[in-house]
Design a binder for this molecule. Sequence first.
Ligand SMILES: Nc1nc2c(ncn2[C@@H]2O[C@H](COP(=O)(O)O[C@H]3[C@@H](O)[C@H](n4cnc5c(=O)[nH]c(N)nc54)O[C@@H]3COP(=O)(O)O)[C@@H](O)[C@H]2O)c(=O)[nH]1
Length: 894
Amino acid sequence: MAVGSPHGFRNAFRVAVLGATTAIALVAGLCAYALYESHKRYCENAEHVALSLSQSLETFLVSHFQSIDLALQSAGREFTRLHAQGRFSEAEFSRYLISLRERLPFAVSVRGADHEGMVVYGEQIDRARLVSQHDREFFQRARDTGKLTFGVPVISRLTGEELFPIVMPLRNPDGSFAGTANVNTSTRRMQEVFSSVRLGEHGNVSLLDRDRRLLVRYPRLEKVRIGTVVPASSATSEAAFSGGAKLAVFSSRNRLDNFQRINVLRRVGDYPIFVIVGLAEEDFLAPWRTEVLVVSVVFSVFCLLTLMFCFNIRRRWRAEVALQAMHASRAVHENLRTLLAAIPDSIFEVGRHGQEIALANERAVNILPPDIDPQGKHLKDLLSPEAMKVVLAAIDQASVRGVPVSTQIMVPHKDGPHWYELSIASKDRDNANSRLIVVSRDITERKQVQAQIEQLAFSDLLTMLPNRRLFMDRLRQSMASSQRSGCHGAVLFLDLDHFKTVNDTLGHQYGDELLVQVASRLRHIVREEDTVARLGGDEFVVILEQLSASHEEASSQAMVVGEKIVSKLAGDYDLRGRHYTNTVSVGVTLFLGHELTVEDLLKRADTSMYQAKNAGRNDVRFFDPATQASIEQRSALEAELRHAAVHQEFVLHYQPQLDAQGHCVGAEALIRWHHPKRGIVPPMEFIPVAEESGLILLIGHWVIAEACRRLQAWATDPTLSQLKIAVNVSARQFAHPNFVREVEDLIAYFNANPERLVIEVTESMLVSGEDCVIARMNELRDMGIGFALDDFGTGYSSLAYLKRMPLSEIKIDRSFTDDILTDPYDSAICNAILAISRTMDLRVVAEGIETLEQWNSLRDAGCHFAQGYYFARPMPEADFVAWLMMRNARTDHP
Ligand SMILES: Nc1nc2c(ncn2[C@@H]2O[C@H](COP(=O)(O)O[C@H]3[C@@H](O)[C@H](n4cnc5c(=O)[nH]c(N)nc54)O[C@@H]3COP(=O)(O)O)[C@@H](O)[C@H]2O)c(=O)[nH]1
């Protein structure tokens, strides 16, 4: 980061402050350490000086006291000797004492006293005016101890001078006390000696005796009397006084002059006298104090310079910050201006009541007419009362809650209504008169898209009709409206007939096209206010509203619409160039208010639609509870059938097919359902359900597989190997794109002979895509598989189909066989079929032969093959084989 940036400066300032603080602390530490060391040195030095001075003084004093001691000892000896020799005279002894004084430079006088203390010996003794020292403490102590005594200085009664007496007791030759000899030293002279020592201005020297009585002090303190007991200043000094130590160094503060001193106490030789040299800190630390002062000044200057340095950086940083803030503020302002200009929304300010509009960006206020300058105007003069109400409510909320509030308003424009989303925020929440910022966005397009999305959500995308969701909603509304008005409504449920076949055979795009066309027609059939919806697949519903209050009338009104729908939707459609004929089944149910739920209503309409389907399709049916029950039954059957398909509850029964000579040439495989509860269920009860539900694909596959398995099993048995098996295939199964592949795979898998397999087809298969069906038949025929046309004569029986389909045989339907003996028409039809098949070289199998007469009649007419109860009913495979064995064993078979 550049130092020139505010960040850079701020960091530099921080570093400087840190560095300065560290430097100051370091220098302070160094100074303190230096001063401490210096202080220690000065103290040690002072101690050395004091030691040395005390040493000198001790030397001096020892010498002085020894001189006096020796002089006094010799005076004592002279006194005793003179008395012993009988030569003693006061004059003689006085002269001797005077002679001693000359040997003692510091002695002021040498005198003597008799045993009563009268000073009678020494110089200048005036017998007329003798003084006594009997009351003096030093006299008494010398007398009592008999030893050399150092007295407390006293004022001389002879000279008036302060004298320090050192006293020796005098003894008679018999040893008795005879008086004292005194050497008196002038305290003044001693002070002069002490003053010669370099003690400094506030240093001192004191002389104390063993009892800590002050004997001499320099300098003299008026407040302190000579002879005062000086308190022990320290343990070391106390030890010295009590006789242990000869030397003590201690520091103490003198309570009288209040000076702190380093003291050295020494005992003067072996005498009970102590000299104390005290050097005052005031003196010996004076240079140190100067040093402290100098160091302090230097340190202060250093600190000052350092702080100035830091402040300089700080000042520069602040200046830089201010400069950059100014630049930033300018940039922000510029950005904001650009931003506001770039925002497609209108941004403006208003007062709490919508007054004094002020533009924030250069855009016109989009909610206002473009030809009006809104600056300074009031919103209420420019907006509709409804929009104003919405805006004021949002302003109030934004002001009270202090958070931006969004709202939407609609403003009429020349090109239609425009929608605006307003986001309103108070500039200063706490201020009741605060103005508000309004951001206004044109959301018309969004609204339109939203509407489209909603429409898509509620529409069926193929037909653009309302979807199931919207239908349910509309139905609820219709029921509510019916509840209010007392009028009936109706739900019509439509299902296109055979729509699945269109999808399966033509393809989904054709199916879709059909649905679109049906939807279009349907919309035109009903009134504008009625609802047409697609529920899904080919199911449509119509809600009819405002029918009669009378049930009968409403029924006939609904019936009219239902029939109109059936007739208008039925008929021809052009599906992308392909022609298709459509029919529709319609179920109708009425409703009045909320008697039934929406779901129940729909169920009823659906049920009645199935009723219409069951009645042959292309019809209208009203809801009937019996139909409902049968539909429920059917749906239960479907569920069971699904279970059966998965759990293989099916079995094939075989009905023999015989030739004119009565030989069995094959069998028709007919499915049976081994229902776990109902026993054997015939195909007519479940095949239609299987076809509608699509389960026929699964079941049909199983049938062909089972037939192939049988062919494979029979192939090795000479009795059975020549037999053909005919299987029934439903139109839906055959139309499945994989059908051919599946058959091929099954034949290959079971290694079945395809020439032994016959597929029974019906004419109805061709309805939904003749070309495709025929192409598939050809593919299968090419594999060797034969085709029988089942139920011939019951349908269209188009001869053109016969020509195009690769058939190997035709089956005459049971309905013709039944009455061949009694009904000349049926007989004629049978003859015609036989004639055609002869022409086209097709085998003919007569179905449903129940009597010998029927068979004889048909055989005589040229029919080659027969099948029917007369010969045998459909039976399980084992029974069939047994039947065949038995029949082959007989020679009298028909
Ligand atoms: N898609 C499939 N359809 C099948 C399959 N198996 C059977 N079916 C179809 O079911 C229909 C009814 O069959 P079913 O009940 O088995 O009846 C068959 C015969 O039992 C019956 N028949 C035969 N001879 C007589 C007789 O002398 N009298 C009499 N009253 N009925 C007789 O006819 C039915 C066979 O008809 P058809 O198929 O037309 O040859 C039926 O339509 C079957 O097609 C299957 O596996 N798949």
